[in-house]
Ligand binder design. Sequence first.
Ligand SMILES: [Zn+2]
Length: 182
Amino acid sequence: MSDFYITLVSEKLNSTDSKKAAIKIIEFLTQQEIIEKKVTDCVLGFSYGYLPGRNYQEILKNTEFDLTKLKVNGVEFITEKKVFDSGRNELEHVICSGCKENNIENNWSDSLNNWILGTESNKLKCQNCGIINPITQYEFTPTWAFGNFGITFWNWSEFKPSFISELEKRIGGKLKIIYGKI
Ligand SMILES: [Zn+2]
């Protein structure tokens, strides 16, 4: 069976502010009992995550959604520079902000690697209009995001918009929503 994830990403926070934001959000979510305080191996990969707390359904559109029988159901905080991609939800468009041309056949992956490495050549020249923009300003669909801060919810279902706005208020900026599949 596939595992699904939803990651909420801030593209604005730098590395230091990401760590501060994570502490703040963990505190908020544990207080609300959306997540438990204890970390376990309830996420995929090498990291650790927080188990759903007893009020986890309150933030979901489908308040009957049952996470408790799943092995992978944790919440993971990422506070380092990362390309937040959609996994096996395959990429369809890499859209130029100028002319809206799809640059999926263009060499966007090298530019993204350079963005990760922090080198100057993180830009991509649109194959249609020739505008040169940082790769992170292209619009990826399914949505991808590029930043230092992400919260990944493993196998949770769609959130109430009020939950997203609450987090945005606490973090102080927009969150992008990534839907992924492993
Ligand atoms: Zn263009």
